[in-house]
Design a protein around this ligand. Sequence first.
Ligand code: DP6
Length: 321
Amino acid sequence: MQTAIANPNIAFIKYWGNRDDALRLPLNGSISMNLSGLESRTTVQFDDTLEYDTFELNGEMQSAASLQRVSHFLDHVRQLANSKLCARISSTNNFPTGAGIASSASAFAALALAASKAAGLNLNQKDLSRLARLGSGSACRSIPDGFVEWLPGEDDASSYAVSIAPKDHWDLVDAVAVISQEHKPVGSTPGHRLAHTSPLNTQRVLDAPARLKDCREALLGRDFARFAEVVELDSNYMHAVMRTSNPPLVYWEPATEVLLWQVWQWRKQGHAVCATVDAGPNVHVLALKAELEWLRKALVELPAVKNVLVGEPADGARLVE
Ligand code: DP6
């Protein structure tokens, strides 16, 4: 039996669209930061008395799609370990499921580590990241520490994430302004398949290496002004692709736009804040930690904001002894 913990991550340069959906080989590289405070904790036990895998999430037995996705992922682990055993999996998130925070990244990163260890495998970080990627693309970025880049690669062997700076490299925080707790109508897995239908996507993918370079350099040089510009450009570019897909994918709500406008005003006034939005309506406000105190208060006071969750740079996936 093995237990592992992993944190979710927020992408500064986004993953959107695959060149191979089954292997989750992304169309472009991405850069992210692991988020402390929020975590998935997962225990896996292979057991020769079980006839099928069981999966309990936050105390509730799962069936149908969620069990199927986890069980399908375990098939990869069984194949690597040359095993036929079924497993008992139990997982908890310490952040509310459906709070608009992507839980698949922390979930599959913790599952990859716990399951591979429980199956007797001792994967190095690269191979663990590759394995997590098969469960959820963004999960490969929750394996290494701190600030992370997913190298898109060309095949299963070359697509994995690496740490580009440790968590104490830069005092950044992510203040997530939660404006909706509803489950998104279209999840990211079917969403990725629509990227190809947008006429803007080819250009977004072509320009991605330049944005990655800009973001990497801004991050390593702790240049907030440069960082803010490329982070907002990349988020807007992804949402432009989503909106021009067929059928269109619109994740924003009117309040999303209001918040983005507000963040821009604050930056114009000289504050080190910028915003990025994932496949949902909530706004991730990235800021230097020195801004956090007033920022949290100001966000909570906005009528559209239900609550604010704060994440700081965090370690990668780890075992619980
Ligand atoms: C918008 O990793 O959730 O958050 O591989 O199908 O599980 P699957 O998709 P997922 O996609 C994340 C999309 C995003 C951008 C990002 O995190 O890079």
